[in-house]
Design a protein around this ligand. Structure first.
Ligand SMILES: NC(=O)c1ccc[n+]([C@@H]2O[C@H](COP(=O)([O-])OP(=O)(O)OC[C@H]3O[C@@H](n4cnc5c(N)ncnc54)[C@H](O)[C@@H]3O)[C@@H](O)[C@H]2O)c1
Ligand SMILES: O=CCCC(=O)O
Length: 499
């Protein structure tokens, strides 16, 4: 594991003022644990430089963290919503206070531009603020019975200790969106962050400790790729954890669902997508171009709600393609901490390879590259140029497989009916987008798109108030919003008879 001197050096090099936020051990039962004989390396995806060595939490310690969550739950479930609200509010304030440092840590291990990391930090913090407001308002009902001598009342009680598995693309927000709701409900949690981005997660643990959360209420256990599989299985099969919340790929979601069968665990999954983005002839083209960039190229295309396939109506196709390529030409690839960078690297070589394969497949079937198309070797192996393809045929792989990278494939369509069929021709259903100035069409199309979320005349939907989640192979459960807590409570009915 890295020494304090390594940590201080890193903080100094990148201007991180509060070096105390940088931790390389596991946070379990309210204490920091270092495992110096078992570590893994965290790297800057822009340079592939080694940043720090982080403890690869041993399995026996993960078991301890689960037991701690179970023990802590017995007390934490008895706290009032108002008490939990105050803790969450304090945590929100600490996140904002340490925002610049947290954003730098995020950029270093994830690669996204610093401005995007600051945006993520504000977004991530907003879940603690939101759920601090929800916590005191988790109440059941008083339901009139058909029998006048009876009363039916319901309680919303915390489901129990929760296992949380988060991805690398939003290393702060994917934790806070789950943890905020879990805390508000009165649940305890064990969190396994993505191997690529444990430092952001551990920095949140520092603030959880500072905010005064009771010991054992949350544990954060970094593990390497290999141990990730074991921990995923342990979470699913543990009789002590009562729920799993996972954000990541559909493939892993299916594995976790199978593994959870033995414990019939409650699951919330936010998985892959294949979002359609439709531009109708009557759209405001400039707005649609802005929306496409905000949506498809957000974090170089590595966002679960990114558009994957862009359908542009024939009357506007050439104009849209030209304007989009012009706008993309203004964007700047670079290291996330460099001034002026609008887009950073991809997370790893597998991600680059997927973008390459989607481009090569589409081009071999007749698509044309109008901008980009190559790996930007001058910047490093993980940088792929922002790429726009025209004349993408309907049999291109990109039309039914998520790229998760900076590839914008433009597909031509003729009629509303045709494009709705194309858009819905997928097992996935996380997000869908379209642009039109016709408000009758806005209602018609938003009601017909098969997805959990629809953006009409906008490419950026997300905020704490939005019920976030998908259908089909994109998962189930809703995060954020007034519904977010529902995934962390059980609804108990009590019937009082003979009144
Ligand atoms: N929904 C999202 O926000 C999101 C985020 C990241 C990745 N992805 C999806 O993943 C694909 C590529 O990313 P990747 O290569 O990192 O994907 P991946 O499926 O290998 O990993 C996704 C996440 O799952 C975790 N994971 C992997 N195997 C696991 C297991 N057996 N048990 C428990 N957790 C496990 C990883 O730690 C990682 O955080 C993308 O194409 C995209 O579809 C989605
Ligand atoms: O990638 C997943 C989360 C994206 C978002 O919340 O906007």
């Amino acid at each position: 594991m890295s020494s304090q001197a390594d940590i201080d050096q890193l903080a100094q090099k990148f201007g991180i003022k509060n070096a105390g936020l940088i931790k390389t051990g596991a946070y379990i039962g309210g204490q920091w644990h270092q495992f110096s004989d078992e570590t893994f390396s965290v790297e800057d995806p822009a340079t592939n430089d080694h940043l720090l060595k982080v403890s690869n939490t041993p399995i026996r310690v993960v078991e301890q963290a689960i037991r701690d969550a179970d023990i802590a739950f017995k007390e934490f479930r008895r706290t009032t919503g108002r008490q939990r609200s105050l803790l969450l509010r304090k945590l929100y304030d600490l996140m904002i206070e340490n925002g610049e440092d947290l954003a730098k840590i995020c950029t270093l291990e994830n690669g996204k531009p610093y401005a995007d990391s600051l945006g993520e930090l504000r977004y991530a913090s907003s879940f603690f603020e939101w759920f601090s407001e929800e916590a005191p308002r988790i109440n059941g009902d008083n339901i009139p019975s058909a029998d006048p001598s009876r009363r039916i009342i319901t309680y919303k009680q915390p489901i129990g200790p929760v296992g949380i598995l988060t991805p690398w693309n939003f290393p702060i927000a994917m934790i806070t969106r789950k943890l905020g709701a879990a805390f508000a409900a009165g649940c305890t949690a064990v969190i396994k962050p993505a191997t690529e981005t444990p430092l952001s997660a551990l920095a949140i643990a520092v603030l959880i400790e500072k905010a005064g959360f009771p010991k054992g209420v949350v544990s954060i256990i970094p593990v390497d790729q290999e141990r990730t599989k074991t921990v995923g299985q342990m979470f699913c099969e543990s009789p002590l954890l009562k729920k799993i919340s996972f954000t990541g790929s559909t493939g892993v979601g299916k594995i976790l669902m199978t593994q959870s069968a033995s414990t019939l665990k409650k699951l919330s999954f936010e998985l892959g997508g294949n979002a359609p983005f439709i531009v109708f002839d009557d759209a405001d083209v400039d707005l649609a171009v802005q929306g496409a960039i905000a949506c498809k190229l957000r974090q170089s295309g590595q966002t679960c709600v990114c558009a994957n396939r862009l359908y542009v109506q024939e009357g506007i196709y050439e104009t849209f393609a030209k304007k989009l390529a012009g706008a993309v030409a203004q964007l700047k690839l670079g290291h996330g901490l460099e001034a002026g960078t609008t887009h950073g690297p991809l997370i790893h070589q597998r991600a680059v390879a997927k973008v390459r394969s989607h481009i090569e497949d589409a081009v071999s079937k007749g698509a044309k590259i109008i901008i980009g198309g190559k790996i930007e070797k001058s910047l490093g192996a993980n940088f792929h140029q922002l790429t726009v393809l025209t004349d993408v045929p309907l049999n291109a792989v990109v039309t039914n497989e998520e790229t998760f990278g900076p590839l914008v494939p433009l597909i031509k369509f003729s009629t509303e009916e045709e494009v709705i069929d194309l858009a819905n021709d997928t097992e996935y259903g996380l997000a869908g987008y379209f642009f039109s100035k016709d408000y009758a069409k806005v209602f018609r199309v938003s009601e017909q798109l098969n997805s959990g979320m629809v953006g009409a005349n906008t490419g950026a939907m997300t905020e704490a108030a939005l019920p976030f989640g998908g259908i089909g192979w994109s998962g189930f459960g809703r995060e954020g919003s007034k519904y977010g807590v529902d995934d962390y409570v059980i609804l108990k009915s009590v019937v009082i008879g003979n009144i």
